[in-house]
Design a binder for this molecule. Structure first.
Ligand SMILES: Cc1ncc(COP(=O)(O)O)c(C=O)c1O
Length: 410
């Protein structure tokens, strides 16, 4: 057996053991749908782990636009952007830049690649990358990628999650001349917002450019869905924002917003942009249609999401659930034990409610939870049924009482 087989063997053994205990919650296969209302093994499920925050992914106009683009351009362009940029890409980038209030927008094939490419194009040996301790994988991977460049890697430092005081300490004690600070507008595992005003002021004071990853806030925060900057009145004060089409925009694709020269620099140097295939036009067409809807009806769509999120939050709170630090539509139901999170997930799924559990190493031990996202696309019936079942199983598995039920039995 080669070492790669030995390595695979350990992973496979862990997954098999979890499956034997019915405790492997990932890669569930949707037979149909796949969005907020799907089928798993022939049974209908309501999905509360989807990021289709405004429930627009399945809108007939969005699907129609994608189908038309298939006829006009095919599924893909078989090349990367330097050789394959369409007028649809250019128009959408111009419209998005205008909508968000930035000079330029650049679309990548995924949000993950947008972050990787941006960090690697900006950070060098004269840079300290200053990251929140809860940073998403794309921020960590982009930073480690940059740090691995021989003789030209940046220093990487972390500040305590959402702490302006800790951020300042790092900015004061950094070893390199330039600092680049990166945080998220809304954190996807905890559903809490960054204290962005404090961060912006701190970054301005220390002359440190700030990148905000607003993947979970685009379309969900701000009166018209423009994200954290709009919600906190900070438009024009953050040099770079990164977002994605994989949540509110219902498809796939990364977005970079910034000042013209900086975006031009990244466009001409980000390897994850230059050396990966162009975002397919059907996806561009779908995103463009969702942008039409946000331009026309943004405030109404965002208000409807917030009304549903408030209803659900109130219901969870009244039942006594611990939602951690959440103050958005992302509401982790804290179980604080792996076994409880898995039991809750399995029981809920049996009843047609999908809430994917997050356990170690995705979260710290003691912070195990169900990932629960409320979206505008959930119906009143979906919300009420999920609340009722959460209460039933929250009591049955001692999530509400906090009583210990021990580890999995072998
Ligand atoms: C905070 C954050 N940034 C970036 C990404 C990556 O986005 P994409 O799915 O477009 O690669 C995600 C997606 O999970 C995310 O949660």
């Amino acid at each position: 057996m080669s070492w790669i087989h030995a390595k695979a063997h350990d992973t496979v053994a862990r997954v098999r053991q979890a499956k034997d205990k019915q405790g492997y919650p990932f890669f569930r296969v949707f037979d149909t749908g796949g969005g907020l209302h799907a089928h798993i093994e022939g049974k209908p499920v309501t999905n509360f782990s989807s990021n289709d925050y405004l429930g627009l992914t399945n809108h007939p106009k969005v699907k129609e636009a994608a189908k038309r683009a298939v006829d006009e351009y095919a599924c893909g362009l078989s090349s990367s952007r330097p050789q394959a940029t369409t007028i649809e890409h250019v128009r959408l980038e111009e419209r998005l830049a205008g909508w968000m209030g930035f000079e330029k927008c650049l679309t990548f094939t995924t949000g993950y690649q947008a972050m990787l490419g941006t960090i690697a194009a900006l950070a060098d040996k004269d840079t300290t990358l200053v990251l929140d301790a809860y940073s998403h994988a794309c921020i960590l991977d982009g930073s480690f990628l940059a740090a691995g460049v021989p003789k030209n890697g940046p220093e990487i430092r972390f500040f305590n999650h959402n702490s302006a005081k800790s951020l300042e300490r790092i900015l004061k004690t950094r070893e390199r001349k330039n600092a680049l600070v990166i945080c998220e507008g809304v954190y996807s595992l905890d559903g809490d917002t960054a204290p962005l005003r404090e961060f912006v002021e701190m970054c301005e004071r220390y002359d440190a450019p700030l990148i905000v990853d607003d993947a979970h806030a685009t379309g969900t925060l701000g009166a018209s869905g423009r994200g954290t900057l709009e919600a906190m009145g900070l438009q024009g004060r953050v040099p770079l924002v990164i977002s994605t089409f994989s949540k509110t925009f219902g498809g796939i694709g990364g977005l970079l917003f910034g000042q013209e020269d900086i975006v031009e620099h990244i466009k001409n140097s980000a390897r994850s942009f230059l050396f990966s295939a162009t975002l397919p036009v059907p996806i561009v067409a779908a995103a463009s249609t969702i942008l039409d809807m946000l331009e026309e009806d943004g405030p109404k769509l965002v208000t409807e999401l917030h009304q549903k999120a408030t209803y659900f939050r109130d219901g969870l709170k009244a039942a006594g659930f611990d939602l951690g630090a959440s103050n958005t539509h992302i509401m982790p139901v804290m179980c604080r034990a792996e076994v409880k999170a898995i039991f809750m997930h399995v029981a809920l799924l049996e009843c047609g409610i999908l809430m994917v559990p997050l356990v170690y190493p995705s979260v710290k031990i003691g912070e195990e939870r169900l990932r629960v996202n409320v979206t505008r696309g959930h119906t009143q019936e979906d919300l009420d049924r999920a609340l009722e079942l959460l209460k039933t199983y929250g009591e049955a598995f001692f999530v509400l009482s906090g009583e210990d039920i021990g580890p999995f039995e072998d």
